[in-house]
Design a protein around this ligand. Structure first.
Ligand code: NAP
Length: 281
């Protein structure tokens, strides 16, 4: 159990299931306070009842600026501050770029990119006023090295990761630390519950995006990653004096990122003679 002086206040978005719920359970059991968000906060009532002095639920729809602002203000007023933001809420979209609808594409970017950045912007004034804070942004292995069928989802996650890289440089001198957590496949409800799909798959993409979509379906419930172990790693990183900017989770994602880095280096070197000499003498 933590003492009052050690107790932190977490804001956890998407706390209704998966990673968000696993981290919420851990930090509450350790004696910290947590402002928990879901689109329908009623689903968080059970957890709040278990920890009546430590947990509060707030409605948050990432696509709605007023809802994000109200949830962050509610959390700050309930607990007096936020120390750690776990910016976890997200929604997937599967389908080749040409297969997904314009509305699906816009929603995916609105949730995973604009919405995530919106939450960060909302907590920054409080972090700056208190001279510090922690941001854990949940990214995705697909943002580092993507798959056919994940162009929009992986692209939105890559956008938030790169935005966080600039953010880390902007807010580091203000005492605010930023880490992007990069999970591979973890056994949450994501594939079943939070993954939208293109409504009219096209034959032209059956061998690429279609194949990957089938693989995702088959993987549901068998993903190697344990969300509770991921939660333990996230909590551990939140306590580090000098946390890494990226934390890759799981054996699969670790291998994938290493392979990607080698491929980028190999391609850079193979084409350097064409790309490099493009400057004024
Ligand atoms: N599981 C994996 O293999 C995996 C891999 C890489 C990255 N991720 C990322 O991990 C994060 C958490 O996913 P998960 O695996 O834990 O899946 P999950 O159990 O389905 O959780 C998704 C969470 O996001 C919330 N959410 C979805 N759309 C939202 C919106 N428009 N506004 C506000 N909240 C919204 C959901 O809350 P509601 O109750 O409101 O629906 C839910 O709590 C996501 O960002 C996901 O992209 C997961």
């Amino acid at each position: 159990m933590t003492t009052e002086a050690e107790s932190k206040v977490w804001l956890i978005t998407g706390a209704s299931s998966g990673f968000g719920l696993a981290v919420a359970r851990r930090v509450l059991a350790a004696g910290h306070c947590a402002a928990l968000t879901a689109r329908d906060p009623v689903v968080l009532a059970g957890l709040c009842a278990e920890y009546p002095d430590q947990a509060r639920a707030f409605a948050m729809e990432l696509r709605d600026g007023a809802s994000v602002a109200a949830a962050v203000a509610g959390a700050e007023s309930a607990f007096g501050r936020i120390d750690v933001l776990l910016n976890n809420a997200g929604r997937g979209l599967h389908g080749a770029l040409e297969e997904v609808s314009e509305a699906q594409m816009e929603e995916c970017i609105a949730v995973n990119l604009t919405g995530a950045l919106r939450v960060i912007r909302a907590v920054l004034p409080g972090f700056r006023a208190r001279g510090g804070g922690r941001i854990l942004q949940v990214g995705a292995a697909a943002a580092v090295s993507n798959y056919p069928g994940f162009s929009v989802y992986g692209g939105a996650k890559a956008g938030v990761e790169l935005a966080c890289e600039a953010l880390a440089a902007e807010v580091g001198p203000l005492g605010i630390r930023v880490t992007v957590v990069i999970p591979g496949p973890f056994r949450t409800d994501f594939i079943r519950r939070s993954l939208d799909r293109a409504e009219e798959p096209m034959e032209a993409y059956a061998r690429t995006a279609g194949k990957f979509g089938a693989l995702l379906k088959g993987m549901d419930g068998k993903q190697p990653g344990d969300p509770d172990k991921a939660a333990a790693a996230m909590v551990r990183i939140s306590e580090e004096e000098r946390p890494p900017f990226r934390l890759v989770l799981g054996t699969y994602a670790t291998g994938k990122v290493k392979k990607h880095l080698e491929a980028v280096r190999g391609e850079l070197e193979a084409w350097e003679a064409v790309g490099k000499p493009t400057e004024f003498p």
